[in-house]
Design a protein around this ligand. Structure first.
Ligand SMILES: Nc1ncnc2c1ncn2[C@@H]1O[C@H](COP(=O)(O)OP(=O)(O)O)[C@@H](O)[C@H]1O
Ligand SMILES: [Mg+2]
Length: 240
């Protein structure tokens, strides 16, 4: 792996799960993963021991794997146990959700039976706006609000579908079903669309193939216990 030495400078942004810092290189940032956990629009708060390190390392591994399939990501290198060096992106404030199995809000909104395998993966867009509770939007909203143009959306959808196919088999080989996940994209220096943010048990639903046991943030959301153990187990499998 290429060694990129950068120094942590000014804090640029602190979100719910991560802190983003500037570096002495204008184009590079440091993304630090926190142990803080939030759910239900920030109404439920807690801490999960070592989550920051697990999510940082899992994300790094998955970004590297996706790059090998020619999916451009912001990942540059690991920086520390719980932080990575990333390329600065102009983020598109849209959360892209891919679903392979019906659960969560899909069940609530449409009444599909929980756990139903979807014949066709579903892609959804949500406006990333905490104050508005991240409302669901469609491609026309994204264009009309000026967040991305039609070509960018087409590319984002293509990347999301490819990421889904690649990660579904990656996780299945490690005895996990990739139920659904959330992605965030942005534009790099030359305007090129790249995958940003993170891919981790905070942003994916992962079910054990044999037992159906949940191995993701739903353990925290639903008070299922063994939360830290689930993150540790996903980390172990991702690096196996
Ligand atoms: N490569 C990047 N360049 C700039 N900002 C990024 C990049 N990747 C992710 N981000 C943004 O950094 C923030 C990460 O912190 P997080 O705790 O997830 O925040 P939030 O609570 O807003 O989701 C997010 O707002 C995310 O959109
Ligand atoms: Mg976030």
């Amino acid at each position: 792996m290429k060694e990129i030495k950068v120094k942590k400078k000014k804090k640029l942004y602190e979100g719910k799960a991560k802190i983003v810092y500037e570096t002495e290189n204008e184009e590079l940032l440091i993304q630090e993963f926190k142990d803080d956990a939030t759910a239900f629009d920030g109404k439920k708060k807690g801490k999960i021991k070592e989550k920051g390190a697990f999510n940082n390392q899992i994300s790094g591994r998955l970004f590297t794997f996706l790059e090998s399939y020619h999916v451009p990501t912001h990942f540059v290198s690991q920086f520390s146990a719980n932080a990575m060096v990333i390329k600065r992106l102009e983020m598109i404030p849209v959360e892209v959700v891919m679903r392979n199995v019906a659960t969560g809000s899909l069940v609530k909104r449409y009444g599909v039976k929980d756990g139903t395998e979807l014949d066709h993966p579903i892609i959804e867009f949500y406006l990333k706006d905490d104050a508005k509770h991240d409302p669901m939007i469609n491609e026309d909203h994204v264009i009309a609000f000026g967040h991305a143009d039609a070509d960018e959306i087409k590319l984002i959808k293509r990347y999301a579908q490819k990421i889904n196919a690649v990660l579904q088999s990656f996780f299945f080989r490690r005895d996990m079903v990739l139920v659904d996940f959330k992605l965030e994209f942005g534009r790099g220096k030359s305007g090129k669309i790249k995958l940003g943010d993170e891919i981790s048990p905070d942003t994916c639903r992962l079910w054990d193939v044999q037992s159906g046991e949940k191995l993701d943030k739903d353990r925290f959301r639903q008070d299922l216990g063994k939360v830290e153990e689930a993150y540790r187990e996903v980390h172990r499998r991702v690096f196996s």
